[in-house]
Design a protein. Structure first.
Length: 365
């Protein structure tokens, strides 16, 4: 008799023997998980909207408003107040002493031997100190770029493991690629042997960090499941708490298992459904549901009592077995390191990652 618990669509854990709800699509969820999720949605809906501020610039005075206050130059003087340079004939103000065009002394009529000197702007490049600083920091730029790429790759790897609850080893190759790209960008877009070597080293470190994060996430998930089970399963199922749904679940599983043992097909409502995943009554075909009701009604009181007692023992045994399995898995994870379970595929992904890091980092196709 099989009795594998259906998973909660919120937390992904078993709902069997626990307070739960079911939606129209047949999905189950812990009642506590559903209430917590609904509370979050209600809180978001109640957040007040913030009206945008009017940040339009105030009207500023135009350029004409400022020009009114500027003094006029000597060219605006009336002709009576202007004179001509005795040397070059340039029009100058009557109160000027020196002609700004030729340097002649207007009062004496003598020229000024002093010549204006044009200063040529220096166009020299950066000094020796600036050049030395750029040479010193240049080798560090590929390291910085590779570290940024490695951090992004490791974070994506850990996020995929957290949300999918599965470790995708092929993502290690992606980690190597982003390390190489980051190193090449740090090298100014022109990869070389140094940026390639940096990418390989940083990629290896990032893979170790990413795999460690995956182990940490998996361990934290198991500890969360264990804590949730301990908080919800305060006491075992008893004859008083056993529901008719629990009884029918056990009975229909027995009937279905007999059919499977006799190589008889079961017309599941969902083609991908299996006996281990099916929950009473929505996951079972109508003929199995009818046969279950008929067999239960055909039992006398003694047989029904015996079945109920057996069902209580089975449910409690299954919950204890699952809890023990979680405890054992947690103990194993705490006693091993990420290097204890490395296999052939891990070596393959690492090889592809380092190859990608070198290819992108060094610029060698």
């Amino acid at each position: 008799m099989s009795n594998i618990e259906k998973k909660c669509i919120v937390c992904g854990q078993s709902c069997a023997g626990q307070p739960r709800i079911k939606d129209a699509s047949g999905n189950y969820a812990h009642r506590a998980c559903a209430e917590k999720h609904q509370a979050k949605q209600d809180a978001k809906a109640k957040q007040p909207e913030i009206e945008p501020l009017d940040l339009s610039p105030e009207e500023e005075p135009g350029m004409a408003d400022f020009l009114d206050d500027l003094p006029s130059d000597s060219s605006d003087q009336p002709p009576a107040m202007r004179a001509a340079c005795p040397s070059c004939g340039t029009s100058v103000s009557s109160d000027s002493m020196i002609c700004m065009s030729c340097g002649c002394n207007i009062k004496t009529g003598r020229g000024n031997k002093t010549k204006a000197v044009k200063v040529k702007a220096k166009k020299d490049g950066p000094g020796i100190g600036a050049k030395a600083g750029s040479f010193a920091i240049a080798p560090l730029l590929p390291v910085i770029g590779a570290c940024i790429g490695g951090a992004i790759g490791a974070a994506v790897w850990a996020a995929v493991a957290y949300f999918l609850n599965y470790e995708l080893g092929i993502l290690a190759a992606g980690v190597g690629a982003v390390c190489g790209i980051g190193a090449a960008i740090g090298a100014g877009g022109q990869g070389n042997a140094w940026s390639g070597l940096v990418a390989v080293v940083v990629a290896m470190i990032s893979i170790i960090v990413g795999k460690s994060a995956v182990y940490t996430i998996y361990l934290a998930t198991l500890e969360g499941v264990q804590e949730q089970m301990q908080s919800q399963m305060i006491e075992d199922v008893t004859m008083d708490t056993l529901t008719l749904e629990d009884i029918y679940q056990g009975l229909v599983d027995e009937i279905a298992q007999v059919r499977i043992d006799r190589n008889k097909d079961i017309d599941w409502p969902a083609s991908s459904m299996t006996l281990e995943e099916a929950y009473w009554p929505e996951d079972y075909p109508q003929d199995l549901i009818d046969e279950t009701h008929e067999e239960w009604d055909a039992m006398d009181e003694d047989d029904q009592l015996a079945f109920r007692e057996d069902r209580v023992v089975t449910i409690n045994a299954n919950m204890a077995e699952f809890n023990q399995m979680v405890e054992d898995e947690i103990a194993v994870l705490k006693d091993v390191s990420i290097f204890d379970n490395l296999g052939l595929f891990d070596a393959l992904w690492a090889f592809l990652a380092l190859g990608a890091a070198w290819q992108f980092g060094s610029g060698n196709d």
